[in-house]
Design a protein around this ligand. Structure first.
Ligand code: KG4
Ligand code: ZN
Length: 341
């Protein structure tokens, strides 16, 4: 049984995991830095990289212990090599290279976005090709996933990522970082039909998004409300924003499905919702319905594997290893790295 050690340090989670090619997650350690960044209202890159340095060593020990593996049982080391906050990526890559050198085992440089895109294959049987909507804090894009390492971007955001829009809207509402989950919680008690927010680019027949206008509209609406701190108003804005975001995704997903069908007319139709925002229940439900309408099978990773974690990196490592896609020890950490490059 192939066993891959995965390391993820590209943003504000230090994470280490051991995953097998038979889809067993032997360990999945995550140290969240939320408490360290909360006082700043967002991720501070320098604070993040120092925190990765402080925690990674211990987390690797914990992950190895939890997995029940000895070092000689590890067949390869997979690490997020980008895109992300470069200081953090460097920390992970240096550790991974050191471990792989000492063990004399292959190293696999994983694109963080590929980690998100392939996670659903760790927990469900999904054949290539499939369509994924990757929605995270830094990216919002439709990808036709032809195979491991073979991606075609069908559309992307022209400004903010959806996770970023959730975070900024939450901040405007006075909610704590990280904003996405906090906003979803408020929305549970809100009236989603109270405010009508714009749906930018929804009348344009392509798969691109724009979220900065939506965030500005929310800001203007809140300025109009006289009793700003009132819980009901916060919940109603949160629910209306979330509903609008989910509706925009549904419109664009149908468009992306049409384009996917033209590219791959003779294959099973699978749609995968991936990335941190995929944890949002309203968005999951909306896109699940959308799949039923258009005749695609809906998949999304379990909630605990939607946000950043190392099991997704270890799994991408397994997928790459099986195809002989290993890397040279001198690969560089990258802050930017498009999946179709
Ligand atoms: O994939 P991820 O963990 O990190 C990046 O690669 O960016 O995504 C983080 C983003 C954040 O913007 C966070 O607010 C958002 O995902 N997010 C959510 C939810 N959980 C996380 N957005 C909406 N609803 C959620 N439940
Ligand atoms: Zn991510």
């Amino acid at each position: 049984m192939l066993k891959v050690l995965g390391i993820e340090t590209s943003c504000d989670e230090t994470a280490v995991s051991v995953v097998t090619d038979s889809k067993l997650i032997l360990s999945n350690q995550i140290a969240s830095q939320i408490a360290e960044h909360q006082q700043y209202g967002g991720v501070v890159p320098e604070v993040a990289s120092r925190s990765h340095m402080r925690h990674l060593d211990k987390l690797i020990d914990l992950a190895m212990e939890e997995s029940g593996c000895g070092w000689q049982d590890i067949d390869a080391v997979a690490v997020t090599a980008g895109p992300g906050l470069i200081g953090g990526v460097i920390v992970g890559v240096m550790y991974a290279k050191a471990i792989a050198s000492v063990l004399n085992k292959p190293i696999i440089a994983v694109n963080h976005l590929e980690g998100h895109a392939l996670t659903a294959r760790l927990t469900a049987d999904i054949a290539f090709p499939f369509l994924t909507l990757l929605v995270s804090g830094g990216h919002t894009q439709f990808l036709a996933v032809k195979n491991v390492g073979e991606y075609k971007i069908l559309g992307t955001t022209i400004d903010d990522a959806l996770g970023e829009a959730f975070d900024k809207t939450a901040k405007i509402l006075g909610l704590e970082y990280p904003g996405g989950p906090a906003l979803e919680k408020k929305a549970l008690n809100g009236n989603a039909d109270r405010f009508k927010f714009p749906k930018p680019l929804c009348n344009v027949k392509n798969c691109n998004f724009s979220f900065s206008g939506l965030k500005t509209a929310v800001k203007r609406e809140i300025e109009k409300i006289e009793e700003k701190g009132v819980e009901k108003n916060i919940c109603d804005v949160a629910a209306s924003f979330q509903k609008t975001a989910a509706e925009i995704l549904a419109v664009k997903t149908k468009q992306a499905m049409n384009e996917f069908n033209l590219l791959f007319p003779n294959y099973t139709k699978s749609f995968v919702l991936s990335g941190g925002v995929a944890a949002n229940k309203v968005i999951r439900d909306n896109l699940n319905s959308c799949c039923k309408e258009v005749g695609f099978k809906f998949f999304a990773p379990p909630i605990n594997l939607c946000g950043d974690n190392a099991a997704m990196i270890a799994w991408a490592g397994v997928e790459r290893y099986r195809l002989g896609l290993k890397d040279e020890m001198n690969f560089q950490p990258r802050s930017r790295w498009s999946l179709d490059s």
